[in-house]
Every structure is written in structure tokens, then in C-alpha cells.
Design a protein around this ligand. Structure first.
Ligand code: S3P
Ligand code: PEP
Length: 441
């Protein structure tokens, strides 16, 4: 049974709110992987607790890590303590394990290389749509690095290109030089870099193909690795050298998810109001820091003062040309559909391989509400047109659901199908949205 569509609250006046959001998905799931491979127990403070992080925790447990919730000072749930998985040729055999990737790119891409370092068979599968998300480059790279990967589908022969598949971990990986085409997702690069130090000869990863998207996420991987004592040389574009060595156990505080701050900041523009986000990190590799550059181009005033980001919407939203907005694109597109001049988003062809084909989904939903949007080869063109109410489909995509919420602020009668899909990275979303609007909850 599907739950009824969520009536998106309409904002009768300008929003005036202060919002903090749960921990970063990308940081939480990177640190979880590193903790599972570290040289001792680690602690994540104020991590994300959501479907994607729960899937990562479950995956690591099934590979032999111990992950324990311990009380912390985070607003959105306990800290996590992680005792690493036993790896290496002498590690106790795991037998057979199963990993449910859900729809989490970070789980389906980051965990298979880790599975190669345990001794046992690890079967990966996920949600129906996860089976069409691109996986081939990670599997091919593992195969080239000496790891056996087979299809879990008895009818399919040869090296798998997508879920479901099984990694036959030998406990050790020779490693060395490998070439990937990472034009489909930066996660192919991050996945291999995260574990490369634990390969016998380390890793020299080379990208060949169209440009790698979402480069900020690779910078995040490199910075996080350096922070735990891993040597990474990224001085030559499209080449990454990871020196073999230990991953140091750590105690880190996870930054709040700046991408997920996006819909709340967008509310300032959609309602011509003000939204403040305290604890904005002074230095960060999160792509969401780009809100400081993007939102002024859409007509907002943005200041960062004493660690609080304040966004005040202008009288109108102006359209803009914006490149490489990565996972911010659905939120940006939602605002562009409310703008008074045209917008062009470029460098986001790979969004077709995200939780859903986001370019098609955004065009369909903007059009459904009476807007004017079309796909280009590598993005979207969105032209001004008055929107009307309707039921926005979310396609199991948290960012489509939050796009619907943004439209609902400015347009009466918008409902969002399956708002619960926001639990992928922000289970508290409906309550947080109501609180932002002063509706209690
Ligand atoms: O490494 C990560 O944590 C992510 C990388 C990006 O993937 P793509 O390169 O596929 O866009 C981003 O869109 C995704 O939400 C998270
Ligand atoms: C693309 C996204 O997720 P994933 O980590 O599943 O790729 C996203 O959160 O926008």
C-alpha cells in the first residue's frame, strides 16, 4: 500500500528561520569505510542517521565490523564507534555475506573494494532502480586489480556490469595501476581511493574518458584520506597515487550536510524570506559550500558571519547559467522553475545515473506543474512559466521529493508522492520543514 501524497505546505509569507541539518552523508559513509579498515577503533561524532548510513553500517557489520551507537552531543542521534573488520590472508573466513545497497551509490560503489579485503563471498544487491545505476567501472577495476567478481544472476555470463554481483574476497589485493572511465560517477574514483592504501602495492588510478563529474567529492575523499594518515598524490589531473600503508584510527566530528541544507536555503528564495544555517564549516570539501556562490546568482543575498550562513531571497528569483552543480542540481532546478528569467544547467549529464534519471524526472515534474523545461545533452534549460498545483512524483529520489516541497512553498496545491523517500539522507525532513515554517512539530 502506498501512503497518501504529502500536502506540501504553502508559505503565506516570507520564511524567517534558523535551521541545522543532520550530518553529511558523504562524510559519514567515507569515515565508516575508513573506520572499518583502520588500525584500531574509531569514533564518528554527530554522524548521519538515515537509510544510506544505516545501509553502510549494516554492510560493514556483515563484513565483520562492530558498529555501536554511543551517546553523543549531536542534535540528530548518537555517535558511532567502529571496531575494524578482520582483513588479510590470515583473517578468519567470513563464509558468505550479503550486502543490501538499497539505492545508495556510496554503498554500492564503496563497499565492493572493501569486500575484496575480507576472506569470503560477498553478494551485493539493492533496490530495483539500483540495478540500473552504473557499476561497471568499479567491477572492471577490481577485476583488473586481481579481484574475482561474478554475476549473482545465474543467467548472465561474464563480468557483471551492474547489481547483483558477488565479490570473492581473498583477504588481500595486489593493487597497482588501473585505468577506469569515471565519466559516469566520481564515486568510481572515490571507491578505489578509499581502500587503495590497503592494497599490497597501493594504487595508481588513472581516469580515461570524458571529464569526471562531481570533482568536489573526489577532493573530499583525498582530504579525508590524508586526515587519517594516507598518502595520496593527486598532483597530475586524472591520476591518483595512493601509497600502501595503514589507515590511522580516528575520532572525527561529521559536518552537517550542506547539500541537504539546500532545500531550506532555497526556501528563503522561494518565499522572499531569510534562512540562517549556523555551524557552517569554515573549511569544507562539501559541494554544498557552493550555495554561497550559486544562490546570489539566483537573486539572493548571502552572508557568512561568525559561522552562520544567512540567505535572504530577493524580490524575484533570477535565472542563471550554472555549471557542474552535481547533487545540488535538483534543488537548483526547483528554484529555476520559479525564476523570472531562463536558466541553463550544464555539466550534469551523469545525473541520468543517479537515484533516478534526474534530468528526465525534473523535466517531467516541472512540466506537470505547468512549467517549461527541456533536457539538453548535458543538462537542462528551464524557462519562466507560471506553475500550478499538482502531485509531484518523487521516483524514490530524496532530492525530487524536496524539490516538490520547494515548489509547494510558492505554489498552492502542490502535493508530493512518497515524501518518506527523504529518509535516504534526511528522515526528519517533513518535521524540519514544518518547524522552519513555524508549524510546530
Ligand atoms: O561520493 C559521494 O559521496 C557522492 C558523489 C557524487 O556522485 P556522482 O559523482 O555520481 O555525482 C554525488 O552526486 C553523490 O550524491 C555523493
Ligand atoms: C546522487 C546521490 O546519491 P548517491 O550517493 O546514492 O549517488 C544524491 O544523494 O544526490
Amino acid at each position: 500500500m502506498t501512503s497518501p501524497a504529502w500536502p506540501a505546505p504553502f508559505a503565506a509569507g516570507p520564511v524567517d528561520a534558523t535551521v541545522t541539518v543532520p550530518g553529511s552523508k558523504s562524510l559519514t559513509n567515507r569515515y565508516l569505510v575508513l573506520a572499518a579498515l583502520a588500525d584500531g577503533p574509531s569514533r564518528l561524532r554527530a554522524p548521519l542517521h538515515s537509510r544510506d548510513s544505516a545501509l553502510m553500517v549494516a554492510a560493514l557489520r556483515s563484513l565483520g565490523a562492530t558498529v555501536t551507537e554511543v551517546p553523543g552531543d549531536g542534535e540528530y542521534g548518537p555517535d558511532l564507534e567502529v571496531t575494524p573488520i578482520p582483513t588479510g590472508a590470515d583473517a578468519p573466513g567470513l563464509g558468505r555475506a550479503e550486502v543490501d545497497c538499497g539505492l545508495a551509490g556510496t554503498v554500492m560503489r564503496f563497499v565492493p573494494p572493501l569486500a575484496a579485503l575480507v576472506r569470503g563471498e560477498v553478494a551485493f544487491d539493492g533496490d530495483p532502480h539500483a540495478r540500473v545505476r552504473p557499476m561497471g567501472p568499479v567491477i572492471d577495476a577490481l577485476a583488473a586489480l586481481g579481484v574475482a567478481v561474478s554475476s549473482s544472476d545465474p543467467d548472465s555470463a561474464g563480468t557483471p556490469t551492474s547489481l547483483p554481483f558477488t565479490v570473492h574476497g581473498a583477504g588481500t589485493v595486489p593493487g597497482g595501476h588501473v585505468v577506469v572511465d569515471a565519466s559516469g560517477s566520481s564515486q568510481f574514483v572515490s571507491a578505489l581511493l578509499l581502500v587503495g592504501a590497503r592494497f599490497e602495492h597501493g594504487l595508481h588510478l588513472e581516469h580515461v574518458g570524458k571529464p569526471v563529474p562531481s570533482l568536489d567529492h573526489i577532493s573530499m575523499t583525498v582530504e579525508v584520506l590524508r586526515g587519517v594518515g594516507v598518502e595520496v598524490d593527486d598532483s597530475v589531473p586524472n591520476h591518483w597515487h595512493v601509497t600502501p600503508g595503514t589507515i590511522r584510527a580516528f575520532d572525527v566530528r561529521i559536518e552537517q550536510d550542506l547539500s541537504n541544507a539546500g532545500p531550506f536555503l532555497a526556501a528563503a528564495l522561494a518565499t522572499h524570506g531569510t534562512v540562517r544555517v549556523p555551524n557552517w564549516p569554515e573549511h569544507t570539501t562539501q559541494v554544498g559550500d557552493a550555495w554561497r556562490r550559486i544562490l546570489p546568482q539566483l537573486g539572493a543575498t548571502v552572508t557568512l558571519d561568525a559561522g552562520t550562513l544567512t540567505v535572504t531571497g530577493g524580490e524575484r528569483i533570477t535565472g542563471a547559467e550554472l555549471a557542474d552543480t552535481s547533487e545540488l542540481a535538483p534543488t537548483v532546478a526547483a528554484l529555476c522553475a520559479l525564476a523570472e528569467s531562463p536558466s541553463r544547467l550544464t555539466g550534469i549529464a551523469h545525473l541520468r545515473g543517479h537515484e533516478t534519471d534526474r534530468l528526465a524526472a525534473l523535466v517531467a515534474e516541472i512540466t506537470r506543474l505547468g512549467g517549461d523545461a527541456e533536457e539538453t545533452e548535458d543538462g537542462l534549460v528551464i524557462r519562466p512559466a507560471p506553475l500550478h498545483g499538482g502531485v509531484v512524483r518523487s521516483y524514490a529520489d530524496h532530492r525530487m521529493a524536496t524539490a516538490g516541497a520547494i515548489w509547494g512553498l510558492a505554489v498552492r496545491g502542490v502535493e508530493v508522492e512518497d515524501i518518506a523517500t527523504t529518509s535516504k539522507t534526511m528522515p526528519e525532513f517533513p518535521q524540519m520543514w514544518a518547524r522552519m515554517l513555524g508549524q510546530g512539530a
